[in-house]
Design a protein around this ligand. Structure first.
Ligand SMILES: [Zn+2]
Length: 405
């Protein structure tokens, strides 16, 4: 592990990223003590954790390929002290406590906020959404959800989790994940996740919570009140009375305001005096309809609800918060699955699956802050994720001096 941030390394290199994570994101003590649960460890826990994190930044998404990498000439520059096998990664991740990694994610996000990495720190958003990943035909583990066809025949299993992510600040940074297996639900997992994330981040970190229509239910909205965060949620037909009242009010009315947002023209209707449904303990409900006219002629219309007052949040900011929900879909799940191996099960064991998901989240946080904020200083242009990963691979094998401190 590098000792000082003052050692300059030319260009993006795995050791420079390690230095950045340890010193700029305050993760040095986490990498030294990441929650190792092995009784007699031979391989240092920091090497196992760093191998999984840096491996995912390099898009090496299987334990077998990581074994190959740490036995290759790239090993010293990759940032681990000695080679080890894929069994060490499986054994180590089976026994790791997830809590230190969750706290490390929160710490890195706090550092990012302190370092002014967020474009809009008045309203930092927390988006939640669930997904399935890691389809397998192996013997089921306790997190395996069987995939059934119309005749109830089982065709393998899937692993589900809810992700919570920082959105609305110019870069999308995952905060935490919560798995849910058979007998549990996305909905219950999301409430546990929101409570824990706010506990770890502290009450003044974020400014709002945003979720799709399935989160527009009284128990979830009450959970957001419990953690003292205003909420923005999609209004769909799962709330038929409110949806009908909003239609009855806004249909046929001219828009209350029109904004130009980038290339799009956005019409909005906004009113804060709708009646709550019977289980919701709000005095009134504010609803926004937007109609977004894109340059290519397509029109997108949707309705959203919130407990933000109009005095505190204008219609355009409400619209932007609603739109920030898409970040968890595009920059969270799509990037996570297509680029960073979230779809792949490295080792089919429930704790190992959770630890790898959390380490992928940490890899995304480190990679994005390093690439979009740290490297993007002075006259350096922004590097794409692909450019960075190409450069890192070249520098791993090009004899760039390893950090030997
Ligand atoms: Zn499983």
């Amino acid at each position: 592990m590098a000792q000082t941030a003052a050692t300059p390394l030319k260009g993006p290199h795995a050791s420079q990223i390690q230095n950045y994570a340890c010193h700029c994101l305050a993760l040095k003590s986490y990498f030294q003590q990441p929650g190792d649960g092995r009784p007699q460890p031979r391989i240092p826990a920091r090497d196992i954790v760093w191998a999984v994190v840096m491996g995912h930044i390099l898009r090496v998404t299987s334990f077998l390929r990581l074994e190959w990498l740490v036995h290759s000439p790239a090993q010293p520059g990759f940032g681990v002290k000695a080679p080890f096998g894929d069994d060490a990664l499986a054994y180590g991740t089976e026994r790791m406590d997830p809590e230190p990694t969750r706290l490390a994610l929160a710490e890195a996000l706090h550092q990012a906020k302190r370092n002014k990495a967020f474009e809009n720190s008045r309203f930092i958003g927390l988006a939640l959404d669930g997904t399935g990943a890691g389809r397998t035909y192996k013997e089921p583990c306790p997190l395996c959800d069987p995939i059934k066809d119309a005749k109830h025949e089982v065709h393998g299993s899937l692993h589900h989790f809810v992700l919570i992510s920082v959105v609305g600040v110019g870069l999308t940074l995952p905060v935490d994940v919560e798995p849910y297996g058979p007998g549990d639900s996305e909905y219950a997992a999301a409430q546990r996740l929101l409570r824990r994330a706010v506990e770890h981040l502290g009450p003044r970190f974020a400014g709002y919570v945003v979720g799709d229509g399935e989160y527009a239910t009284a128990p979830f909205l009450h959970t957001t009140e419990e953690v003292a965060l205003p909420v923005v949620a999609r209004l769909k037909e799962n709330l038929p009375l409110l949806a009908a009242a909003v239609r009855a009010r806004f249909d046929g009315q001219p828009p209350h305001a029109v904004f130009q947002e980038g290339d799009d023209r956005v019409e909005v209707w906004d009113a804060d005096d709708f009646d709550p449904w019977e289980t919701l303990h709000w005095t009134t409900v504010r609803a926004l309809r937007y109609r977004q006219h894109k340059r290519d002629g397509t029109v997108v219309q949707a309705e959203w609800i919130t407990n933000f007052s109009i005095a505190k949040l204008g219609s355009l900011s409400f619209y932007r918060m609603a739109k920030s929900r898409w970040e968890i879909e595009n920059r969270g799940f799509n990037d996570g699955k297509n680029r960073y191996g979230m779809e792949h099960i490295c080792h089919h064991h429930p704790n190992s699956i959770l630890i790898v998901w959390l380490l992928i989240a940490l890899a995304l946080v480190i990679e994005r802050l390093y690439r979009l904020r740290y490297l993007h200083r002075g006259d350096h242009g922004i590097r794409s994720a692909q450019q960075l990963v190409d450069y890192l691979w070249l520098s791993l094998f090009s004899g760039c001096p390893p950090d030997t401190s």
